[in-house]
Write a protein that binds this ligand. Structure first.
Ligand code: ACO
Length: 331
């Protein structure tokens, strides 16, 4: 069945905590240097949530900002999707906590776990509901409080992550704009490369798991890196092809913000100049599912994205997962 309605992003919003942790600060915690972190990743500093803040608190602020921009009332939201791997709780979902906090009393709500690809998985899911006419207005949020799942003694991971949230409202748009293509994939055989080992039904939290730090993120950085370089470039190109366009048609790239070297691979594959790629990982690090929506909001606010522009979103993450989309900007 073809789409009945075209869907697109009609507003964006984001939030990052005001607490800045620089590479120099990390030099005092683990054996690392500002020089190592900058040259290997491109990250200079990241935001870390204050102790009284959880993922949903950041999600709510980002959501309210996107809602305000859209002009929609909370009651007009039909569905809330929160992409996160760091939910407040296993139950209830973070999406339900957000639904209650913003007063979206008519909205269904659920979380999406696709790690750093989660936000794109979310907008693609939202598109299906709008396209079929099931829902009109959907809030898609990417929010993470990675610092709570970070082993601050592990230099392999603690230098990479940051906290934050970004949100968009997806609604019906004119037929000449909107989400033109989508591409998603997964390879569960790589699940061991990036995981939180304990705290689930396989290995419930116990004194031993806590002592061994198994409730923190573990990552095989170099294997994830090899996968990421390959998939970011090919997934970005796939979104362009599926939209029936060529790379010359791409106006702007908003990639997942994990590592500047990975972003460079995607940029070169699309043959874009550096000014056509949004980068904020120097300021925020890798915020997993929040990275792309925070970047998107930054690009909109800085006037880099305009109506009619062809924007490519691309991400990869734990699972392993990947996703991309080409959006002809609607406003
Ligand atoms: N400071 C100094 N040295 C370090 C640090 C650090 N912070 N971290 C690791 N090292 C050391 C290691 O111990 C290792 O030393 P050894 O060779 O003596 O054992 C060496 O540096 C590692 O070197 P490389 O593996 O060559 O480092 P690389 O260039 O691959 O960079 C990095 C590592 C930045 C982690 C990179 O592999 C990467 O970006 N991987 C992808 C990570 C990612 O994108 N994850 C996304 C998903 S996150 C999510 O889904 C929540």
């Amino acid at each position: 069945m073809g789409a009945l309605f075209c869907s697109g992003i009609i507003s964006t919003g984001s939030y990052v905590p005001d607490n800045i942790v620089t590479n120099k600060d990390l030099e005092n915690i683990v054996e690392t240097t500002d020089e190592w972190i900058v040259t290997r990743t491109g990250i200079r500093e990241r935001r870390i949530a204050h102790a009284n803040m959880a993922t949903s608190d950041m999600a709510v602020i980002a959501a309210k900002r996107a809602m305000k921009e859209s002009g929609l009332a909370p009651e007009e939201i039909d569905l809330i999707l929160v992409a996160t791997v760091t939910p407040d709780n296993n139950v209830p979902s973070t999406a339900c906590i957000v639904q209650y906090s913003i007063g979206a009393v008519n909205a269904a709500a659920f979380d999406i776990n696709a790690a750093c690809s989660g936000f794109i998985y979310g907008i693609i899911t939202a598109k299906q509901f709008v396209a079929t006419g099931t829902y009109e207005n959907i809030l898609v949020i990417g929010a993470e409080c990675l610092s709570r799942f970070t082993d601050w003694k592990d230099r392999n991971t603690c230098v990479l992550f940051g906290d934050g949230a970004g949100a968009v409202v997806i609604s019906r748009v004119d037929s000449e704009v909107g989400i033109l293509s989508q591409y998603m994939g997964a390879d569960g055989s790589g699940g061991e490369l990036l995981k939180v080992e304990a705290g689930g039904s396989r290995k419930p939290a116990s004194l031993e798991t806590v002592e061994q730090g198994l409730h923190y993120f573990y990552m095989d950085g170099s294997e994830v890196f090899k996968f990421a370089v390959r998939i970011m470039a090919s997934a970005a190109m796939e979104a362009v092809k599926l939209a029936g366009l060529t790379r010359e048609c791409v106006d702007y790239l908003v990639p997942h913000q994990a590592n500047i070297r990975i972003i460079e691979g995607a940029r070169k594959r699309l043959n874009l100049t550096k000014d056509k790629v949004y980068v904020n990982l120097d300021r925020y690090g890798n915020m997993s599912a929040a990275s792309i929506p925070v970047a998107l909001d930054g690009a909109v606010r800085e006037g880099l994205i305009k109506r009619g522009h062809n924007i490519v979103l691309v991400g990869f993450g734990g699972g392993l997962t990947w996703a991309s989309a080409l959006i002809k900007w609607a406003y």
